[in-house]
Design a protein around this ligand. Structure first.
Ligand code: CO8
Length: 274
């Protein structure tokens, strides 16, 4: 069976690939943990400067897997229990958001297609965001549609990266923000529309080449110090958002709303705005 999340060290770069294209790279709880561990390993990898997160197929990631056995196979008494969701939700989300935010190396998202939910939050925590074709790209934070609240510090990162008005649209009304607008707002560093890549693999290869060329002759220690400095301003906002989001989210799980909305979504009884 193919690896769901692939970790490779290529010279001075770590490349992490989401590899579940038939499920649009949606991730269950274990896979989010595996991704977080991979990013943590990349942080501790000796001699690398950059960590690239790339994907496969037509979506970067459709967010949390709505068939996650953490929901579908949970015991009834667990489904509404604080202890259960503290472990399955609060601890996990706190950890993964911290891992992405704390990353010491340059964190790059090579975005081949739309990105949703917690995965959108993780992309928003990357330093540089490159998109294959912004006309085929959107971010969607459907928390209000799923009976959830902002995750992965999106209440801070979207506010910072898109501005108050756009963040309100995206987060209050669960509206997708389309790629061309994301490029215009500066969320996207570069959209590669003109390249007309035949596949996601071609796009990924180009990003690797371009990223490596960007740091080739620079002084590595300065890159890391500058990353540390850039984090100083956003750090308090991200930590405050993350800790408040997970506790508000906990109460929604204990109430039982997201569980039933996830089932409705899987059965196509509810849909997201497009
Ligand atoms: N989970 C599982 N499978 C998915 C998901 C998903 N999130 N998204 C798509 N798939 C699967 C589909 O079931 C389908 O599989 P199959 O071919 O076997 O039927 C395949 O991927 C292709 O999907 P579609 O046919 O639906 O493709 P479309 O292009 O028609 O639609 C959409 C694409 C719009 C992305 C649609 O699939 C969709 O709305 N997906 C759901 C997205 C979503 O709501 N994600 C969750 C976001 S919230 C979040 O990430 C934080 C929650 C934290 C949870 C913590 C848990 C403990």
């Amino acid at each position: 069976m193919a690896e769901d999340i692939i970790y490779e060290v290529r010279d001075r770069t770590v490349v992490i690939t989401l590899n579940i294209p038939d499920k649009l790279n949606s991730l269950n709880g274990e896979q989010y943990m595996k991704l977080a561990r991979a990013v943590e390993d990349a942080d501790n990898e000796e001699g690398t400067v950059v960590t690239i997160i790339q994907s496969t197929g037509r979506f970067f990631s459709a967010g949390a897997n709505f068939s996650d056995k953490g929901i579908s196979q949970a015991k009834t008494e667990d489904l509404f229990s604080h202890d259960y969701w503290l472990n399955k939700f609060v601890a996990r989300n706190t950890y993964i958001t911290n891992v992405f935010h704390n990353h010491k190396k340059v964190l790059v998202a090579a975005v081949n297609g739309p990105v949703i939910g917690l995965s959108a939050a993780l992309v928003a925590l990357c330093d540089l965001i490159y998109v294959k074709d912004d006309t085929q790209f959107y971010i969607l934070c459907p928390f209000s549609n799923l009976g959830l609240v902002c995750e992965g510090a999106t209440s801070a990162t979207l506010f910072m990266r898109l501005g108050w008005s756009k963040a309100s649209e995206a987060l209050l009304f669960a509206r997708p923000i389309q790629g061309p607008e994301l490029t215009r707002l500066g969320f996207v560093n570069k959209a590669y529309n003109d390249y007309k890549f035949a596949s996601t693999e071609e796009f990924n290869a180009q990003i690797y080449k371009d990223v490596v060329a960007q740091f080739e002759n620079l002084h590595e220690a300065s890159i890391f110090l500058n990353k540390e400095l850039l984090k100083v301003n956003r750090e308090p906002a991200i930590h405050a958002a993350n800790s408040k989001e997970v506790v508000m989210g906990l109460y929604k799980w204990v109430e039982g709303v997201p569980q039933s909305r996830f089932v409705q979504l899987a059965q196509k009884d509810i849909k997201h705005k497009m």
